[in-house]
Design a protein around this ligand. Structure first.
Ligand SMILES: [Zn+2]
Length: 502
């Protein structure tokens, strides 16, 4: 069996003004741009391909790799970047013909400068090359904003069930297994999808606690054990995207039973709709959160999550609200990961290790994450900025944030601020350990992350506090000026009906 594969994966925060370019995809550690054998070399990593390649090997499937580009979440992808990657993939598929199937590795919430549904465009381009009879299957992110075009172009799709996304390899393997069974004629996929008139903040989709979305995800796992159901997927959607089809949707693939697929897709949607009021998040004010952490018992570790400035949701990561609060409160044993500020990094590098500096940090990328902040401190460390990811998410990969500085504010034992050249999302203990900071020995860890931090940090945290800060990954969806989103939609509109307004 010959399966051709490739893909593009990016999550677009349309409220981020800075577009995502081909250079971003090509910057190792920030993006992943791999071709041919480099794709197969991802075998065993904590990525989608980490699962796909291993599953192909176990099944004796010949995987024909083309091009795969993935990158940190951010602003809309430039048309030039999309066209370059898309044309490579389509050319690779064409030259691989004849093939038995296509596996496209996608995110599901990528938008372009001039198009809201990038995945729909890529799927359509590949379909036009392989024709209607070659099955195309895609593993997709839990934050997929599902368009009708994506469903129409795919024979089947399978979404992640965990957030943090610790099941990327399993999802990749499951998608390939499903594709193989379609190719062999053992499965005849019938797919139904349901889109709710409901958007929800990412923070309410977490699966390390019984979040509102998790009730439906638990049910989808049960469904997959019932006869005739091949894959049941619950998409939380990505609400920080002003596109018409953003929000919660469900997709169920059955073996030749469209009525069963429809019933299951509607049942999963119904579970979310019943709980729609529970998707509201109630973050804690900055000063309250810091005071609680400072009053904690000896040896305790408080994670203060800067959930509105999450690099994993495409923000710049230069928000200052929590750092300002720490300084005002005279916090001790506090480590901040991180503030992106290339200008401040350059000033610290120029001053050198051990130098005392006074500079303005953060708040420079846009006006949405708190004003710039004047700080004084001692440059303790200058680092080239790349380090291995330990897991449980993304193990075997390397992260890069450009040159990174640790600035000690308030003297030894007070505040350790990481300043970086590139944005990132601190979802791994090595975001501290790589820079000489032991996270289990700090009272306060400030993490600019909406949820992905939970996989690595909940096990070491005495308590996690979601903090009320401003930003473009805020859980307060009424703070966003949506223009392209379909209306009415809950919770922005009062009288939304489902079924009826989907
Ligand atoms: Zn996601």
């Amino acid at each position: 069996m010959r399966i051709v594969t490739g893909g593009i994966a990016q999550e677009t925060n349309t409220f981020q003004w800075q577009p995502t370019t081909l250079d971003d995809f090509a910057r190792p550690g920030f993006g992943t741009l791999v071709r041919g054998e480099q794709i197969l070399a991802l075998d065993g990593t904590g990525t989608v391909y980490g699962g796909v390649v291993g599953e192909a090997r176990r099944r004796g499937i010949t995987l024909v790799p083309t091009t795969y580009g993935g990158v940190m979440p951010g602003g809309r992808v430039t048309r030039a970047a999309f066209d370059a990657l898309s044309e490579e993939i389509v050319a690779g598929v064409r030259s691989a013909l004849p093939v038995d199937g296509v596996l496209l590795v996608l995110h599901g919430a990528m938008a372009l400068e001039d198009a809201d549904d990038a995945e729909g465009l890529l799927i359509g381009a590949v379909r036009s090359v392989v024709g209607p009879d070659v099955p195309i299957v895609a593993p997709l992110d839990l934050h997929t904003n599902l368009s009708d075009e994506m469903v129409a172009g795919l024979d089947a799709l399978v979404g992640y069930k965990e957030y943090p996304h610790t099941d990327m390899p399993e999802t990749g393997a499951a998608a390939l297994a499903l594709l193989a069974s379609i190719v062999e004629g053992a499965s005849h996929p019938a797919m139904a999808h349901t889109r709710l008139p409901l958007i929800a903040p990412n923070q309410s989709m977490v699966t390390t606690w019984q979040s509102p979305l998790k009730h439906a995800i638990d049910r989808s796992r049960e469904m997959e054990r019932e006869p005739g159901v091949l894959a049941a997927t619950l998409f939380g959607g990505f609400p920080f995207a002003d596109v018409p089809f953003a929000g919660i949707s469900t997709v169920v693939v059955t073996d030749g039973d469209p009525a069963l697929a429809r019933r299951c897709a509607d049942e999963l949607a119904g579970i979310c709709w019943e709980r729609r009021r529970d998707f509201t998040i109630h973050p804690t004010p900055v000063s309250t959160a810091i005071a609680e952490a400072m009053a904690g018992p000896d040896g305790s570790v408080f994670v203060l999550a800067d959930i509105a400035d999450s690099g994993a949701s495409g923000t710049a990561g230069d928000g200052t609200a929590l750092l300002r609060g720490l300084i005002e409160a005279g916090a001790r044993s506090a480590a901040v990961a991180q503030i992106m500020d290339p200008e401040a990094v350059a000033a610290c590098v120029e001053a050198g290790v051990g130098a005392e500096v006074t500079l303005t940090v953060g708040g420079k990328h846009d006006r949405l994450h708190g004003p710039p902040l004047d700080v004084s401190g001692s440059v303790r460390l200058i680092h080239e900025g790349s380090f291995p990811i330990a897991g449980p998410m993304g193990s075997g990969t390397v992260a890069t944030r450009g040159r990174t500085v640790v600035l000690e504010i308030g003297g030894p034992g007070a505040i350790e601020l990481q300043l970086t050249e590139l944005r990132g999302h601190p979802h791994d203990l090595n975001f501290f350990r790589a820079f000489g900071i032991e996270p289990t020995e700090r009272r306060i860890l400030v993490l600019k992350s909406a949820a992905h931090f939970r996989a690595a940090f909940e096990p070491i945290a005495t308590k996690v506090i979601e903090v009320e800060t401003p930003g473009i990954s805020s859980a307060d969806l009424s703070s966003f000026a949506y223009e392209r989103l379909r209306r009415p939609v809950y919770p922005l509109d009062d009288s939304v009906q489902w079924p009826g307004d989907a």
